[in-house]
Design a protein around this ligand. Structure first.
Ligand SMILES: [Zn+2]
Length: 158
């Protein structure tokens, strides 16, 4: 695989941006809306933007399926936010409100919330239910993430 650049979807306008490998992704700005591509925060996703992030990001995508009435979901929200600050720009963290996007929850057969799913190149690779603290989230994501999830440490061979 050519690692000279990665593609990342803008959290603000959903434009697909190409980030050269030699430039720090954390400082990259969107070519369309000029806002930062990574702000260390989970991105609320609709069915439409979810699809875009799932299919167009070179980096793995983590999704938190939650609902406003779910107390454990609300309790986990700050931990998920801290995890986003730690995992970006190696991962993109999304939040899907299952009240507003029931079709997405149904499609991925979300039976209990909070449920986290990890997608790599569009495919679901891991899923877990139940609230976690920030370090638990980071550990779970890194344990299931593909190796190409760490472009900063990837060797230049090949
Ligand atoms: Zn943008």
């Amino acid at each position: 695989m050519n690692r000279s650049s990665i593609e990342a979807v803008c959290p603000h306008c959903s434009a697909v941006n190409r980030i050269p490998a030699e430039r720090p992704a954390k400082e990259a700005k969107c070519g369309r809306c000029h806002r930062p591509l990574f702000e260390g925060k989970p991105v609320p996703a609709t069915a439409e933007t979810f699809e875009r992030h799932r299919t167009r990001n070179d980096i793995p995508v983590v999704v938190d399926f939650w609902a406003p009435w779910c107390a454990p979901c609300r309790a986990m929200a700050p931990a998920y936010e801290r995890a986003a600050a730690e995992l970006e720009p190696d991962y993109r963290l999304l939040k899907v409100n299952t009240e507003e996007e029931p079709a997405l929850a149904e499609r991925y057969q979300i039976r209990s919330i909070p449920t986290m799913m990890l997608f790599a190149r569009g495919n679901p690779v891991a899923q877990t239910a139940g609230a976690m603290n920030a370090s638990g989230i980071v550990k779970w994501v890194r344990a299931h993430g593909p190796e190409q999830a760490q472009p900063r440490t990837a060797s230049a061979s090949g």
